[in-house]
Design a protein. Structure first.
Length: 540
């Protein structure tokens, strides 16, 4: 490119070559940086001891993958095609411009009839035509070799689902065509640069180098020089020899070469046969390429038909999907209505159950009241007096029992002792109780009695009853029982009547909470459990 467009800058060609090579390596390095980040060595998930450099899972989304593929396609196909097209177009323009200027100078010169063979205009016209053909051929070969592969790549980027259905053999053929472009360039350049006559003359000279000059006539040599359009080097010729090469332009006459025998005739004949064989191979290659192109056209037709069929199938599937979505929406709406109806039925049934429970409780209480009224009405006055006295005695006993139990506490969660000796078990229980008491309150006096409640059962831990001399010790321990761990609990020693009353109070609290009074709780007021409302944050 620079040798044709800027021939006077050839002395600095070495420096320019170094600069161009450095720029080429830098550009290649920059273009390969994304691939060094994208590709990685990964092991095959199913084949052991197999690793491959792949770009799998290298992109966060499809937009990044599309940008990377567009960059690679532009760097491999579009950018080289643009560069070679521009360079060869500039070369052809420069040759055409020089040819036009020389032709104008030729018509304007007064000595246009006598001129050296070097200034003949026909080689320039022939070079221009050859350059045009070579430019068109090189650009066409590059475009044809890479166009199927680039088209397949763009198709895969834009519509991957339909591109996957293309035959693997067709895709391999596209790839082979793309990489075979490097093999086609030497054939194109050789077909335009190597002249068959020059090739034959070179072979003849190569094999006739030991032949004496006397065997070849001088006229034939001069005539062959005239016939071959060669330009003599006037700087190395004498004056008489130079004048002999300056001829007046006359119409050329075809003169036959003199017949003479050469020692290399057999070699030339073999070379001709080889050239004939090469031409046959080239013809076969062209024929095979035509067959390949025909097969590619047929495969492309099949691909087009498959694409049309896929489009029809996609449209039908879309219609089916729309119909299915409509049916699914209808089913969803009906199911929501059914669920709502079930929820309403469940709520009504639960309300009816609550009402039936309340009515049953009322009936039971009415029956009890009725029985009590009947008994009271049937009993005589003496029995009523006796019952009153009995109830008073029971109240006195309850008061005395509660007073005695105020000095006791019940500890739940202490593991059973596994020792067989009874005294040892009691001693260990007393030590465990004393450790618990000292953790809760250090100033507590030592208990006067510690024993287990109930019969021993394997797998269960009996509660421990602890008795003190005063009720203050028990009250102090109960105040600090929140300090215990989750496995241990401390309760007050309650009478059976207190336990029954607390149980009934809990049942009443549960019923009222189920009825909607969720802000209720049980609280001890002056030592008596009572249902009260939970304190709010403002009141706190």
């Amino acid at each position: 490119f620079f040798a044709i467009l800027y021939p006077l800058r050839l002395p600095i060609a070495r420096k320019r070559s170094k600069i161009m090579l450095s720029l080429a390596w830098i550009i290649a390095l920059l273009c390969s940086l994304p691939q060094s980040l994208v590709f990685r060595v990964m092991s095959h998930p199913k084949v052991p001891d197999f690793q491959q450099c792949v770009s799998f899972e290298a992109f966060a989304n499809q937009h990044q993958e599309l940008a990377y593929n567009v960059f690679c396609l532009g760097a491999v196909y579009f950018l080289p095609l643009t560069i070679i097209s521009v360079c060869y177009a500039c070369i052809f323009y420069e040759i055409s411009k020089n040819s036009k200027e020389n032709s104008e100078k030729y018509h304007q010169s007064d000595h246009s009839r006598v001129m050296l063979r070097r200034s003949d205009q026909r080689p320039l016209a022939r070079a221009r035509r050859r350059t045009l053909r070579m430019t068109v051929t090189i650009v066409t070969v590059f475009a044809c070799c890479w166009l199927p592969y680039a088209t397949m790549t763009l198709w895969y980027m834009l519509d991957r689902k339909s591109a996957v259905h293309v035959s693997a053999r067709v895709q391999d053929l596209f790839f082979i065509m793309a990489v075979s472009n490097s093999c086609m360039d030497p054939l194109v350049y050789g077909s335009y640069i190597i002249d068959p006559r020059t090739f034959k003359r070179t072979i003849r000279k190569l094999f006739c180098i030991h032949v004496s000059p006397s065997d070849i006539p001088d006229a034939s040599c001069s005539l062959s020089t005239i016939q071959s359009h060669s330009s003599p080097d006037l700087s190395k010729l004498s004056a008489t020899t130079a004048d002999s090469h300056i001829t007046v332009r006359h119409p050329k006459r075809k003169q036959p070469l003199p017949d003479y025998e050469c020692a290399c005739a057999n070699e030339i004949q073999s070379i001709k046969s080889e050239l004939g064989r090469i031409s046959e191979l080239l013809e076969k290659y062209v024929g095979s390429n035509e067959l390949i192109m025909n097969k590619m056209q047929e495969s492309l037709k099949d691909v087009n038909t498959q694409i049309s069929d896929l489009k029809l199938c996609n449209e039908q599937t879309k219609q089916l999907i729309c119909e299915n979505t409509i049916q699914i929406n209808e089913i969803k709406s009906s199911t929501t209505n059914i669920v709502k109806g079930q929820q309403e039925l469940h709520s009504t049934v639960s309300q009816l159950e609550k009402q039936v429970q309340e009515d049953g409780k009322k009936i039971v209480s009415l029956e009890l009241d009725l029985n009590a009224f009947k008994q009271s009405s049937l009993q005589p006055e003496s029995s009523k007096i006796n019952n009153q006295l009995y109830s008073n005695e029971q109240i006195i006993k309850e008061v005395i029992d509660r007073k005695a139990r105020e000095k006791n506490i019940i500890i739940v969660g202490v593991p059973e002792q596994t020792v067989s000796d009874v005294q040892t078990r009691l001693t260990n229980d007393e030590l465990e109780v004393w450790n618990i008491i000292t953790k809760l309150c250090q100033d507590t006096p030592k208990p006067i009695k510690v024993f287990r409640i109930g019969k021993y059962t394997t797998g269960k831990h009996r509660s421990i009853k602890v008795c003190f001399n005063t009720s203050d010790a028990a009250k102090n321990i109960l105040k600090n029982r929140d300090k215990l761990t989750q496995n241990l609990n401390v309760y007050s020693d309650q009478t059976p009547a207190q336990q029954l009353y607390l149980r009934s109070l809990k049942e009443e609290l549960t019923c009222r909470q189920n009825d909607g009074e969720t802000d209720l709780t049980i609280k001890y007021v002056h030592g008596t459990p009572t249902i009260v409302k939970k304190p709010t944050k403002n009141s706190e």
